[in-house]
Design a protein around this ligand. Structure first.
Ligand SMILES: N[C@@H](CCC(=O)N[C@@H](CS)C(=O)NCC(=O)O)C(=O)O
Length: 223
């Protein structure tokens, strides 16, 4: 069995896949770093787009077992959680009710949370990578949007330990890499800290060994 992950250590979407593998205790995968730096931009090459990801983005996963090449980090994470459901942390819920709530909060992360967070990161941490001038107005506007989303999280997390219930799931995991960057690098931690239930949820999910291992891998030498 060989799982190959094509990605970059600076990509939060790639990290989402690596954290999933780590939670599932899958250690024997192959890491295939993609050089995203200008002028190389390997992800924009004809070869990368025709063989791996037609939109020229990372991450991509290949599974030798069934000759599957898959892109979109959330789809990859779900595939891995289903394939390795009998090992590591169960990430998808067990009953139909639990699975439905996991799916609901995965959608919330993607549709409500990730949009303002993506804009804030683009206009702070990643502006140079994308060749744009970061706009403080866009950051402010999206921080306001994010605060409204976090108000909903705060009310929900007052009643629920994790997003989908009393168990850690893919819905929580999906928040890890981008939120970490937002707090540690973009220095926007106050929007989490000022909401006590969001804050303790964040402390609990970000201190999980699987995520700490991935951050250590991200900081390790080499691409
Ligand atoms: N929805 C995609 C987004 C992937 C994505 O935006 N990847 C970024 C790196 S974090 C990328 O490859 N950017 C290069 C580009 O868009 O040119 C996913 O979840 O995998």
């Amino acid at each position: 069995m060989t799982i190959t992950v094509y990605g970059s250590k600076i990509s939060t979407y790639t990290l989402r896949v690596l954290v999933t593998l780590s939670e599932l205790d899958v250690r024997d995968y192959k890491w295939a770093p993609v050089n995203m730096a200008a002028p190389v931009k390997e992800h924009h090459s004809h070869e990368f787009k025709s063989n791996l990801q037609p939109f020229g983005q990372v991450p991509v996963m290949h599974d030798d077992d069934c000759d599957l090449t898959l892109f979109e980090s959330r789809a990859i994470a779900r595939y891995l959680a289903e394939k390795f459901h009998s090992q590591g942390t169960p990430l998808l819920g067990t009953t139909p009710r639990e699975k439905a709530l996991v799916n609901q909060w995965i959608e919330v992360e993607s549709q409500n949370f990730n949009k303002p967070v993506g804009q804030i990161l683009l206009h702070t941490v990643f502006s140079k990578n994308y060749g744009i001038t970061g706009s403080p107005e866009v950051v402010e506007e999206n921080l306001e949007k994010l605060e409204k989303v976090l108000d909903v999280y705060e009310a929900h997390l007052a009643r629920s330990k994790y997003l989908a219930g009393d168990f850690f799931s893919l819905a929580d995991l999906h928040h890890l890499p981008a939120t970490n960057l937002l707090i540690d690098v973009a220095k926007k931690g106050h929007v989490f800290e000022s909401r006590p239930h969001v804050s303790s949820w964040w402390k609990s999910i970000s201190s999980r060994p699987a995520f700490r291992d991935c951050l250590a891998f991200q900081k390790s030498p080499g691409p």
